[in-house]
Ligand binder design. Sequence first.
Ligand code: SAM
Length: 306
Amino acid sequence: MSLHVPVLLNESLNFLITNKSGNYFDGTIGYGGHTSEILKLLNNDATLIATDKDVKAYEYCKEKFENESRLRLFNTDFTDIKRVSMIEFVNVYDGIFADLGVSSVQLDDKKLGFTYREDAPLDLRMNKSQGESAAYVVNNYQEEHLTDILKSYGELRQARRLAGKIVEARRKHKISTTFQLREIVETIVPEYKSFKTLSQVFQAFRIYVNKEIDRLKEFLEKSIESLKIGGRIVIISYHSLEDRVVKDFFKYENLSCVCPPEAPICTCNKEVRLKILTRKPIIATQEEIAANRRARSAKLRVAERI
Ligand SMILES: C[S@@+](CC[C@H](N)C(=O)[O-])C[C@H]1O[C@@H](n2cnc3c(N)ncnc32)[C@H](O)[C@@H]1O
């Protein structure tokens, strides 16, 4: 059985591959689900550069694909796309792909603390050597800042109330584990609602400590500069914040003018860099969702460099 079942596989690959001998980039190789299938569709002279910031995913794929000479793998953030492309002498790509968020392996690994369902150190970083852990954030940030994180990244209605409860709890003892945070959340929501709230809270801190939204914006910007004309960018996202970033970015890059509406003539010289190929995001079929729960929130968006 695979460790992680790739989501919207045929849909994403049908859009991604336009030239079987081209250059491709997979920013989130994870456990190699999409990558394996991409490689099956490519010729021997194609190149696929892949990154993942999670060291375990990287090491797993290093071994899994050890005999695959078309694949170059890097344990780094996908925002490093330009640096790794330079190392591999790749100037432009035919297709750039990212399957955002966390893998099933990360969610299931009790030690990583990605889920409120397991008691583990409260960390939530995909790369433990970078940035602050979630425990550091909840124990040290000011109440207003915690409110902001919960509101912006968890879209939590009771953000202020929960931030207050966190500050109250940490005065008594340090919050070091997922279950300690869970207990605090459960003081403000009735049990029947607690799973939704817990998901929002853990999502908020995960997005914050991994700087997921900022990194995604940076990656999209660098990707567009790395695509050849006719090349495609294919992104799968799993929550509305990420999807909004992708949608707004594609929309902006498709505009021919960004002058204020009252301007008599256009002076902005805005370049249209993308054609949107998915007016509405592609979502998984009922069959796929029945077979793989992770697919239920997936949204696929595709654009082409023009
Ligand atoms: C949904 S999984 C990808 C699964 C993969 N497509 C497969 O089929 O096995 C997302 C992966 O992206 C990685 N990731 C998330 N944000 C990243 C970033 N900014 N740079 C590099 N990797 C990232 C995570 O560590 C995780 O392994």
